[in-house]
Every structure is written in structure tokens, then in C-alpha cells.
Ligand binder design. Structure first.
Ligand code: NAD
Length: 253
């Protein structure tokens, strides 16, 4: 059983969905959580109120704004004194099918999605990893996606942002391992959150569930379970790994 007593965990995009499930799981296992949110203070407060234990914190920042990310990490460091685990979870999904999107819409989708999903995680990792190295170690977990491998023709920038996140995780694993900072990537298939709400509202939902021989999509708790497993002691040799979490809905070798 993982135990995070005495550990400090920063989770981005944690006011709802997968990030919220991770926050609840880390707190249940004794960790002190810095719950990052974008603008929905009410949702952040609701999640904060549900966390077991004490000393948790909510911090706001637009993850796409590098200065705001630095301020947010400094605020967490001021309150906690250290960050043992970072979960880069914040992200956006938008459709921009190449043949149906005008050029202005295409360019803004690429810019917005890459800046949020990839550059946001890169900047947060940069700011946090300096403190981890100074403290003698830490763990960083990226929440990527099956789409990096399987593709998503109606949202190529999203798929590319997640493929980039995989490469970011692998390269940070190489750069930071000598400093006892280990980096992992989790690549879920469809997860039942607000992000999948538009799929859930269509007749295709049944077929999406049947993509997995388990006959269901993942829950946020499924993802949180793997994230806390990776963040626990004993997973050092998994550094640089990309863990599929898709119920065998997409197999790769
Ligand atoms: P969600 O929309 O509920 O959560 C996304 C979170 O990111 C929200 O809390 C949101 O506020 C935050 N966020 C978005 N833009 C931000 C910004 N500019 N600044 C700060 N925070 C911002 O969806 P979710 O399903 O919980 O997604 C969490 C992660 O899981 C995302 O990275 C997503 O790409 C990934 N993912 C989701 C699925 C799925 O099917 N739901 C599948 C694979 C991967």
C-alpha cells in the first residue's frame, strides 16, 4: 500500500476530473496536497473540503502562462517547503478537423492546445524540478493520452501535444535521474470526465465503451490508482516509462 505521510504533492488541474481523483487519493494515503486550479475557485474549494487530512492548499494559475506557473510553484514552496511529487494533469481538448477548420481557427487551436498541454507541463516541470533536485529527489508524472499512439483525426494538435508530452517525460527522465528525480507518463484511453462528456452524449458512446474488452471506459479513480502507484517508493526502474491505461483498447508493442 502506498503511503504519502510527510510528502507534498502538487497536482495541476485538480479541481475536477482526473486531477480531483488524484488529489483525493493522495490525501487518503496521507499526503499533503497543493491543488492547482485555473479559474473555478468554487470547484477547487469543494475538492479541497473533500480531502482527508489537513494542511492542503489551493493555488490558481493559467498553466499556459509561464510567469503565472512560476508564481504558483513559488507559492506552493512557500507554504510547503518542498514538493515531492508533481502530477502534470491540466489539459484541454478541442476538435479542429483539418478539412473543416478555417486557417485562423486551425492556428489558434494549435497555439492554444500546445501552449496549455505541452508547454504548460514543460514549464511546471522546469520550475518544480529545480526544487526537487535541490532537495535530493522527487517524482513527476505526466497525464498523457492514448491518442498520442492511436491518433485523433478530428484533433491533431491534441494528439501531437500528448506525443510531445511523452517525449518531454522521457527526456526529463534522462536528464533528472542522476538527481534522483524520476519521471513517468500515464496514457489513458477514454476516461469518464467532463472532457469525455460530448462523446458520452452521442450514440457512439456504447461503441467507445466496447473498444475495451472490459466493456467500459476508465474512471478517474482508475487513473489515480496508477498515478499513486507510480509516485510511491520502489518504482524507480520505471522512470521514462509510458504506462498504457486503456483496458487493452489499443495495443502497441
Ligand atoms: P477535465 O476537463 O475535467 O480536466 C482538465 C483540467 O485542466 C481542469 O481542471 C481544467 O481547469 C484544467 N485546465 C485546462 N486548461 C487550463 C489552464 N489554461 N490553466 C490551468 N488549468 C487548466 O478533464 P480530465 O479528463 O480530468 O483531463 C485531465 C487530463 O487527462 C488532461 O490532460 C487530459 O488531456 C487527460 N486525458 C483525459 C482523457 C479523457 O477521456 N477524459 C483521456 C486521456 C487523457
Amino acid at each position: 500500500m502506498s503511503d504519502f505521510h510527510g510528502q507534498h504533492i502538487l497536482i495541476t488541474g485538480a479541481s475536477r476530473g482526473i486531477g480531483r481523483a488524484c488529489a483525493l487519493a493522495f490525501a487518503r494515503l496521507g499526503g499533503r496536497v497543493a491543488l492547482h486550479y485555473h479559474t473555478n475557485r468554487t470547484a477547487a474549494d469543494e475538492t479541497l473540503a473533500r480531502l482527508e487530512g489537513s494542511g492542503h492548499l489551493a493555488v490558481a494559475a493559467d498553466i499556459a502562462d509561464g510567469d503565472a506557473v512560476e508564481r504558483m510553484v513559488n507559492d506552493v514552496m512557500k507554504a510547503f517547503g518542498r514538493i515531492d511529487v508533481l502530477v502534470n494533469n491540466a489539459g484541454i481538448f478541442e476538435e479542429h478537423p483539418p478539412l473543416e477548420t478555417d486557417y485562423a481557427g486551425w492556428r489558434s487551436a494549435w497555439s492554444r492546445i500546445l501552449t496549455t498541454n505541452l508547454v504548460g507541463a514543460a514549464n511546471t516541470s522546469y520550475c518544480v524540478s529545480r526544487h526537487m533536485v535541490a532537495a535530493g529527489g522527487g517524482k513527476i508524472i505526466m497525464v498523457s493520452s492514448r491518442t498520442a499512439f492511436r491518433g485523433k483525426p478530428e484533433a491533431p494538435a491534441y494528439a501531437a501535444s500528448k506525443a510531445g508530452l511523452n517525449a518531454l517525460g522521457q527526456n526529463l527522465a534522462l536528464a533528472l535521474a542522476p538527481h534522483n528525480v524520476h519521471v513517468y507518463v500515464v496514457a489513458p484511453g477514454v476516461v469518464e470526465t467532463d472532457m469525455a462528456a460530448s462523446d458520452k452524449a452521442t450514440p457512439a458512446w456504447d461503441a467507445i465503451r466496447q473498444q475495451s474488452p472490459l466493456g467500459r471506459v476508465a474512471t478517474p479513480d482508475d487513473v489515480a490508482h496508477t498515478v499513486t502507484f507510480l509516485a510511491a517508493a520502489g518504482t524507480e526502474m520505471l522512470t521514462g516509462g509510458i504506462i498504457d491505461l486503456n483496458g487493452a483498447s489499443y495495443l502497441r508493442t
